[in-house]
Design a protein around this ligand. Structure first.
Ligand SMILES: [Zn+2]
Length: 462
């Protein structure tokens, strides 16, 4: 049966940035079939289920173009020790997780995505097969990228860059296997990209293999780019040019690329990336945590499509958009621009375009998929709702999202998550997280670890 959400505010994020007041939106099966004045839509859809939208605002689902769901295991720690981390353990907490434990943290990330109104994610990881199935079952729209790279990890601590053809073959096969199994699954709700890890981690041969794989499979590509000073210095030492120049030399820049971060770009790199018409995933909150502000205005002016992502340990796209606005105003020394409507566009329509999903999602328009979120617009920090986009970007909270729909299906309704056992995921993540970090610290007692960890969760709860 069709659904009509009536007498509500509808933020479309369409090209004209239309906001409808006291309007209705009709959904039939997985698509938006009508948007317009309430009386007119009611007349057109008399037999539909009706949902009262008074005091609410309907937004397009947020499009998160860079996540690593499973890295929630490092939450509360890795935000504060730089990148690459200054905690010099020979291994990581995430590397100590079993496949099942890894999936718990991916589900924790997915839960946070859902609660914060992310409806589409570009999820990148080295162990996607651990969690692809349960995450796909959440109903979220996900683009999975199983990472390819051929840098031998053993040399990294001594800054030795050794590239292995065997590793290139193995990781590209892993990427291809995930594409074979999942690209186009769930009636197209699940798709895949080729995710080359980063310029310092990929030889020219790996980049060529990744590009050929993407062409053969007709999928997009993604890579971390200019993420850290260490990356820039390493690529300059090994390749003699800066990271984006290296990718340009090996034909890896294109309009089908999502380049994540782009924090420390030189004018030449900005020009190369802009001319390629690549998309940038601006992970503003994580960048700010790392003391970085990517040159967003210059990247956009050069021709890049600016999208947004959350990156590690957090999946709050509202925080990413707000931080993007704040940091950009500081960078530009401009108290007026960008506007909240600009950053909402980065977090919705531009993100959809970055992932090649612009015909289906990223805005609320007739014919598009019913991927939408409903905010409670009567919360004290949002009224008066004179300009709801500005009110939400400046003053909103992720918890204002009370319902989430993807493909016409409710994934959360009235703040109840319908597709994930929230209590189970949260309690298991707490238990495993405490245990695995304690094990890591105990295993390497000679590595200085400046934080006091809490006791195991079972003791804390007793
Ligand atoms: Zn990343």
């Amino acid at each position: 049966m069709a659904l009509v959400i009536h007498n509500t505010t509808i933020v479309t994020s369409d090209a004209a940035r239309t906001v409808h007041h006291d309007a209705s939106i009709a959904v039939d099966a997985d698509r938006i079939v009508a948007i317009g004045p309430t009386e007119e839509i009611n007349r057109q859809w008399p037999g539909a289920e009706h949902m009262d939208g008074r005091g609410k605002a309907v937004f397009p689902g947020l499009i998160n173009c860079h996540t690593h769901l499973w890295l929630t295991v490092a939450r509360g720690i890795q935000e504060d020790f730089g990148f690459p981390s200054t905690l010099r353990f020979p291994t990581t907490a995430q590397a100590m997780l079993s496949a099942e434990e890894n999936a718990v943290f991916a589900m924790l990330g997915a839960l946070e995505c859902l609660r914060g109104g992310n409806t589409t994610l570009l999820e990148i990881g080295t162990r996607v097969p651990d969690y692809v199935k349960p995450v796909a079952a959440t109903g979220l729209r996900v683009v999975f990228g199983q990472t390819s790279s051929d840098l031998e990890p053993a040399g990294i601590p001594e800054n030795r860059f050794v590239y292995s053809p065997a590793l290139a073959e193995k990781t590209l096969r892993g990427t291809d296997d995930v594409i074979s199994a999942w690209h186009g699954a769930e009636k197209g709700r699940i798709t895949c990209v080729v995710a080359a890890h980063a310029p310092e981690a990929c030889s020219p041969e790996l980049l060529r293999g990744a590009r050929e794989l993407a062409e053969r499979r007709d999928v997009r590509t993604t890579i971390h780019l200019d993420q850290s000073h260490w990356e820039v210095e390493s690529v300059m030492r090994v390749r003699g040019v800066r990271p984006a120049e290296y990718l340009f030399q090996h034909d890896f820049l294109s309009s089908r690329l999502v380049a994540a971060h782009c924090r420390f770009m030189s004018p030449g790199e900005i020009s190369h990336l802009g001319r390629s018409r690549a998309s940038v995933s601006h992970n503003a909150a994580m960048a700010a945590r790392r003391a970085a502000a990517p040159p967003i205005q210059a990247l956009a002016a050069a021709g890049c499509n600016i999208a947004m992502g959350t990156d590690n340990m957090a999946h709050d796209m509202l925080e990413a958009m707000r931080t993007g606005l704040f940091v950009e105003r500081i960078s530009r020394q401009d108290g007026e621009r960008p506007w909240p409507e600009d950053v909402l566009e980065w977090g919705t329509r531009n993100g959809a375009a970055a992932l090649g999903l612009g015909a289906d999602v990223g805005s609320l328009e007739v014919g598009k998929k019913a991927d939408l979120i409903i905010l409670d617009a009567r919360r004290p920090h949002l009224v008066p709702t004179l300009r709801i986009v500005s009110a939400w970007i400046h003053n909103g909270q992720a918890g204002d999202v009370e319902s989430v729909m993807v493909d016409g299906r409710w994934l959360m309704r009235d703040r109840r998550v319908l597709t994930i056992d929230e209590g189970d995921v949260v309690s298991r993540a707490e238990e495993i997280g405490r245990r695995v970090w304690r094990e890591l610290v105990a295993r390497y007692p000679n590595v200085p670890f400046p934080i006091t960890l809490p006791p195991p969760a079972s003791q804390a709860m007793a």
